[in-house]
Design a protein around this ligand. Structure first.
Ligand code: DAH
Length: 340
């Protein structure tokens, strides 16, 4: 028969079981045993019908309390050991996998590496110089007259009267010759800076590769031979090239090299301004004044030098019409060069 003693015993038993629960399955066992449809509590309520009238109020109260306590304990347990959801979606193992997106070298780095490799195969070695230069290396020793317009504030980022951000990689020529004796055969890749408004055609930061070859009896014919071979390897062996007379303070004579327009193949279009040709580099025979600045004897040595802009070369090779896109990190642009 149900009485207060029995209710107390069951409460103690539940307490002991409560402490032993340590998984979702055991929570279920607890629920079924005490609060299930045929569980202990429902059985007690069944027996309650037979309790005498005098006892009903007291036993009923205790019974309800027991039920309430057990339900609270169950809630606690269910919170502590929730049902672990099993995945209902069955994976389709026959679906093709998702390819991870590959990173790649920037197109400027790739172009630079290609140019470096070509000149390395000709026997040139890599030289480097600082991006923060002195006025002396950037201009004076390269035979720029004091009043040359390139020294103007509009072109050059000056840091102080004598310090500036190099406007070209040509100063590396001077630094290298100062510390080496001929023969010299170097290329100097690097970043350069110009105080110019950024537009589709020009940027205030870009890259150049400088070249310098000094030895006995170096001739303009060798300059032409080396640079035209470079163009044929870089643009393809059928590319037409030409040299035009030009002027640079550090070379005499000076020239610019053009390649046949890659877009219209020489017929004339917007890219080549209807000339059929695209200028890709400046070059010339090292001016004897430059040799005097580095204590090379201009009676003994001759040499040639050249300089090219990497962004420009890449733009012409791949038909890119806005220099700013190189620096925008637009993945749609960059990923076109992943497999090159
Ligand atoms: N330094 C020149 C520039 O930035 C490029 C150049 C032209 C370099 C002729 C040379 C050269 O070495 O011989 O425009």
């Amino acid at each position: 028969m149900i009485d207060l003693e029995l209710i107390k015993k069951i409460a103690e038993e539940a307490k002991a079981e409560f402490n032993k629960v340590d998984s979702f399955e055991k929570v279920e066992d607890f629920r079924i045993k005490f609060l299930g449809r045929k569980g202990i509590v429902s059985n007690l309520f069944e027996q309650f019908k037979e309790v005498s009238k005098e006892q009903k109020a007291l036993i009923g109260k205790e019974l309800n309390l027991l039920k309430k306590n057990l339900e609270d304990q169950l809630k606690l347990l269910q919170k502590k050991y929730p049902k672990v959801k099993t995945k209902e979606v069955v994976e389709d193992l026959t679906l093709p996998g998702l390819k991870p997106r590959l990173g790649a070298k920037h197109i400027i780095t790739q172009t630079l590496n290609e140019i470096k490799d070509i000149f390395k195969s000709f026997g040139f070695v890599i030289a480097e110089g600082p991006e923060v230069e002195s006025d002396y290396y950037n201009f004076t020793a390269l035979n720029f007259p004091d009043d040359h317009p390139a020294r103007d504030m509009q072109d050059t980022f000056f840091i102080s009267k004598d310090l500036l951000l190099r406007t070209h990689t040509s100063p590396v020529q001077i630094r290298y010759m100062e510390s080496h004796t001929p023969p010299v055969r170097i290329i100097a890749p690097g970043r350069v800076f110009r105080n110019e408004a950024v537009s589709a055609r020009s940027h205030c930061i870009f890259h150049q590769v400088e070249g310098l070859f000094v030895d006995y009896n170096v001739t303009f014919a060798e300059l032409k031979g080396t640079l035209s071979t470079f163009a044929k390897i870089f643009y393809g062996k059928d590319i037409a090239i030409r040299f035009r007379p030009s002027f640079f303070p550090f070379t005499e004579p000076s020239a610019e090299m053009d390649v046949c327009c890659v877009l219209c193949k020489g017929k004339g279009c917007r890219l080549c301004k209807y000339s059929g040709w695209l200028e890709i580099l400046g070059c010339g025979m090292v001016d004897p004044n430059v040799f005097r600045f580095v204590n090379y004897d201009p009676e003994l040595y001759t040499g040639y030098a050249f300089g090219m802009g990497i962004e420009r070369i890449a733009m012409l090779k791949y038909g890119i019409d806005d220099i700013r896109i190189f620096y925008e990190n637009d993945i749609r642009f960059l990923k076109q060069f992943v497999s090159l």
